[in-house]
Design a protein around this ligand. Sequence first.
Ligand code: HEC
Ligand code: HEC
Ligand code: HEC
Ligand code: HEC
Ligand code: HEC
Ligand code: HEC
Ligand code: HEC
Ligand code: HEC
Length: 316
Amino acid sequence: MPDRSLRSGLMGKWRQLTIAAAVLAVLTPLVGILGAPRGARAEGDKPASPQYLGTEACTAKCHKKELAQHQASIHSKTDRDASATADKKGCEACHGPAGLHKQAVDNDDENLQMEKPATMSSKQMTQVCAKCHATTVSVLKFVDTEHAAEGMTCRDCHVMHQDKPTDRKLKQPTNELCLSCHQSLKVQLKANAHHPVLEGRLKCTDCHNPHGGSDPGMLKKDIDELCTSCHKEKQGPFVYEHSPNVDEMEDGCLTCHAPHGTPVAKLVKLSGRGLCLQCHTDIATDGRHRARPGSCWRSGCHIRLHGSQTDPLMRR
Ligand code: HEC
Ligand code: HEC
Ligand code: HEC
Ligand code: HEC
Ligand code: HEC
Ligand code: HEC
Ligand code: HEC
Ligand code: HEC
């Protein structure tokens, strides 16, 4: 159900974009005419400083293909933003000032004086995008991710010029995109107990922030806060908490649970007593406990092991 409404929502957006593109195609020559005198004046002024020429200058003779893609893309909004400064408009917002480039082309120079974004480092590209997307990406955070450490940049996940009929200019819908590289996770996500990601009920980005989140694992929130944001009943406060001392349960929910999937029911990491014996080693030799086989919770004993309001031994 969510799938279908999502898809029709996107189709709607796609159709709007197509219409927007058609409208733009009609308007663009006008923008070009109005824009021309400004560009011409700038050319005469100071040749030494970087010159911004505007989208029309990049696309009038060359770069027709990129123009068509750009116009159909959400980024063409920047061209229509009257209050934006030249470094935040159109092609040059990402590619930098084209003044020297145009001169080089006009003079048939071999050095085209234009940086190739395809070879930009993660940091360089993030700096460009963060001019406008500072609320989504911060250079420092993104550069610290495993993704940036592997040399990945924004364009490994997002398409640049055109929009895709996927949300957020993504190359593929979120889960498919992530799993195209993280293929080995599919095994866990199909295990006996698993978070319903492949079923489409959860997205990787419900838990992860691909632009840099809390470590380890680029999580959107610290671990317990993340888990209890959906599993509120495990948040407490409980009169009798399981280990109020954070140091002893420093992995929080992950002390006992695996995040993606496990062979054991309820995403529990280990079956049977081994889970609890990680810490409660004395139980292994304790006569009363040895007389009661089975897992510490299934046997009907410590069934409130996340915390209890009434029993210090968390049995009810
Ligand atoms: C949102 C940022 C952004 C905008 C806006 C943008 N580009 Fe690009 N462009 C890129 C990136 C990043 C690449 C690198 C290849 C890729 O990822 O597609 C690129 C690649 C190119 C290339 C190929 C260069 C090469 O050698 O690989 C050309 C040509 C180009 N862009 C022209 C344009 C023109 C013309 C416009 C305006 C109509 C424009 N771009 C708008 C980001 C942008
Ligand atoms: C000049 C400002 C500017 C620059 C530079 C810029 N963007 Fe954008 N970007 C925008 C605007 C404006 C939107 C439309 C956002 C909106 O209307 O909500 C947008 C939309 C997006 C979206 C879609 C977001 C959504 O909500 O659907 C993505 C993804 C994106 N930009 C990525 C990039 C990347 C990657 C770069 C760098 C290569 C970049 N942008 C550079 C202004 C910019
Ligand atoms: C590993 C893949 C990946 C990389 C690399 C990546 N993004 Fe994203 N980006 C996503 C996903 C997935 C979403 C959708 C988020 C969601 O579903 O909540 C997104 C969403 C966005 C949005 C929309 C606003 C938002 O917060 O949802 C913008 C803008 C954006 N990314 C910009 C960037 C920029 C700029 C870079 C490079 C510094 C970048 N992204 C690198 C995967 C990536
Ligand atoms: C182009 C390939 C690629 C894509 C797409 C991709 N990743 Fe990664 N990711 C990597 C690589 C490479 C690493 C580092 C090595 C590893 O841990 O496998 C990594 C590491 C990670 C890590 C581990 C971070 C850590 O601190 O240990 C997480 C979490 C992650 N990615 C989540 C995601 C999510 C969520 C998405 C989708 C939004 C995604 N990745 C998309 C290639 C990719
Ligand atoms: C319910 C939340 C949740 C969902 C959904 C989720 N993850 Fe994770 N993921 C985590 C947590 C928590 C960790 C552990 C971080 C740590 O090591 O402390 C993790 C770890 C990882 C790691 C690094 C360690 C490893 O197991 O390889 C990668 C890569 C990763 N996730 C990718 C993904 C991808 C890709 C998706 C979507 C297909 C996804 N995750 C969906 C919560 C989630
Ligand atoms: C974005 C919401 C979300 C987050 C965050 C989340 N979960 Fe879940 N979790 C779910 C959904 C949805 C299910 C499937 C419930 C169902 O099938 O009814 C689930 C199932 C579970 C189950 C199995 C429950 C059962 O009754 O079978 C466990 C255990 C669990 N999650 C633990 C965790 C842990 C630990 C974390 C933190 C790493 C976490 N969850 C983070 C949404 C979330
Ligand atoms: C000391 C180990 C341990 C810790 C720590 C732990 N859990 Fe559990 N959790 C379990 C066990 C064992 C089960 C299975 C109970 C069963 O099968 O009846 C379980 C079951 C669950 C379930 C399934 C519903 C239920 O109550 O049976 C959810 C959801 C869950 N845990 C979430 C969390 C969250 C969120 C955290 C962190 C705040 C967390 N757990 C911390 C051991 C733990
Ligand atoms: C990461 C270590 C750790 C794990 C794993 C763990 N516990 Fe605990 N547990 C503790 C700590 C620490 C206390 C508090 C002990 C104290 O205050 O003396 C505690 C307290 C308890 C108590 C209250 C009685 C007492 O000894 O104070 C019970 C009952 C209990 N745990 C049951 C379990 C069960 C059942 C499991 C397995 C599902 C489990 N524990 C897994 C660390 C752990």
